[in-house]
Design a protein around this ligand. Structure first.
Ligand code: ATP
Length: 435
């Protein structure tokens, strides 16, 4: 099927309570978004699935949660203070500002359509600045982190030592990052506050190439296993002039967004750049000691760096389907079961007291395992449609017959098939289906 437009997805996200513009009652902005009751579940499921694949199911990766506010020296050592910039041009005709490397035509202003009106590009600094403590002085200047990775590098030795880790091993982190993007936009694709899922995998320098390929395969498979259409995914190597200041080699995993192919995740060979820089600037020896060969050396870091919010957006787009059912159009989010915000909806056929009692009992039982919604409003057909639209894999209907036969109807979101299941088998039945 053809992809939904950006507008279709952002409308659905807003109307169904996935995502709202931050500060919407004051006009809102494109810089930051608030995740509503459904969005927070979807986002959390995406992060949990990443953590499960990257940490829980592996014996060579551990987790960390480092501070957003780090010492300024961290960003001086990492090189961000000096070079974390994007090329900014301004249109002399309409004063719009654009990021030069993202323009389709580097000579034409997409806002007013005029050509040859851009100023010379100048480097625009992407880190947010603030002050730590009560005095707004230069000594107190700090930055909001623009990537989670540096908290991993600065804790390299703490974590290696306390967990007695041997190469190769990884340290994973999920958390907020901030970049003062020149042009935020395309809904939650590019925002100034966003969430990342990053992992630094430390290896012997001579094994870096091999692990670089390994992580490309692993990460690509992660998206496919969670239901992203494989044909909408590709791996694109960076050209020499695109590489970040720390990278020897980078590929992007890209998704076919409604506007074009665009980045979901970058996988970089950061070499020993960061550990060396922090050793030099801090005076701490961050080399790894190999007791077998009696050598000390700086490991290389292979980094898969994904956006949690951006990835959540891609899952939402890919899951969106419209299909004709009888004379109507049905909108359905075919989200992978593990990602769906609610796993089960419980729908009494009517609001009558005698049906509410079993509904509450079933809900209490199912809630111990899954996110469950009870919906008592409107006709049953409409309630099914609503659950389809928010991606709930199963709807359990309790009707008057249920009082007699102690059974309920379980409807499958994707096939719309309905099964009659006895109440005492319901948990097992759903557990088999939901995995
Ligand atoms: P771009 O070229 O799109 O600005 P980048 O190459 O600078 O992105 P990385 O530094 O590789 O991005 O960050 C890793 C991941 O973090 C990206 O693949 C993306 O998913 C996410 N990310 C980066 N910047 C943003 C942003 N402004 N809003 C949302 N997600 C972001």
């Amino acid at each position: 099927m053809t992809q939904p437009t950006l507008e279709t997805i952002s409308n659905l996200a807003k109307q169904r309570g996935f995502v709202f513009q931050a500060s919407e009652i004051y006009g809102g902005s494109r810089s930051a978004y608030d995740y509503g009751p459904l969005g927070v579940e979807l986002l959390r499921n995406v992060k949990d699935e990443w953590w499960r694949a990257m940490v829980q199911l592996r014996d060579d990766v551990v987790g960390i949660d480092s501070a957003i506010l780090q010492a300024r020296q961290v960003w001086q050592a990492s090189g961000h203070e000096e070079v974390f910039t994007d090329p900014l041009v301004e249109c002399r005709n309409c004063n719009a500002r654009h990021r030069l490397d993202k323009l389709e035509d580097a000579n034409t202003c997409p806002t007013c359509g005029k050509s040859g009106t851009f100023t010379e590009p100048k480097p625009f600094h992407l880190m947010f600045r603030t002050h730590m403590g009560p005095v707004d002085s230069e000594e107190n200047l700090i930055y909001l982190r623009p990537e989670t990775a540096q908290g991993i590098f600065t804790n390299f030795e703490n974590i290696r030592r306390t967990n007695r880790l041997k190469l190769p091993f990884g340290i994973a982190q999920v958390g907020k990052s901030f970049r003062n993007e020149i042009t935020p936009g395309q809904f939650v694709f590019r925002t100034r506050e966003f969430e990342q899922m990053e992992m630094e995998f430390f290896v012997r320098p001579e094994e870096a190439e091999e692990w670089f390929s390994y992580w490309q395969e692993q990460r690509f498979a992660w998206y496919v296993n969670l239901g992203l259409t494989e044909g909408n995914l590709r791996i694109r190597p960076h050209a020499e002039d695109e590489l970040s200041h720390y990278s020897a080699e980078t590929v992007d995993i890209e998704y076919r967004f409604p506007w074009d192919w665009d980045e979901l995740e970058g996988i970089a060979n950061r070499t020993d750049y960061d550990l060396k820089q922090h050793s030099e600037h801090s005076g701490e020896d961050l080399r790894y000691f190999d007791p077998d060969s009696d050598e000390r050396f700086f490991p290389y870091a292979i980094e898969p760096a994904a956006g949690a919010t951006r990835t959540t957006f891609a899952f939402l787009i890919d899951a969106y389907h419209e299909e004709a059912v009888k004379d109507e159009t049905r909108t359905v989010l075919r989200l992978h079961h593990r990602l769906a915000p609610y796993k089960v909806a419980i729908l009494p056929l009517s609001k009558k007291e005698e049906l509410i009692e079993p509904v509450e009992r079933i809900a209490a039982e199912l809630r111990r395992r899954w996110m469950v919604e009870v919906d008592v409003t409107q006709s049953i057909g409409r309630r099914y449609r609503r659950q389809d639209e928010i991606g709930t894999p199963y709807a359990v209907t309790v009707d008057f017959e249920s009082l007699e036969d102690k059974a309920v109807t379980v409807r499958d979101r994707d096939t719309m098939k309905q099964d009659r299941v006895s109440m005492d088998r319901l948990v097992d039945h759903l557990a088999e289906k939901l995995g």
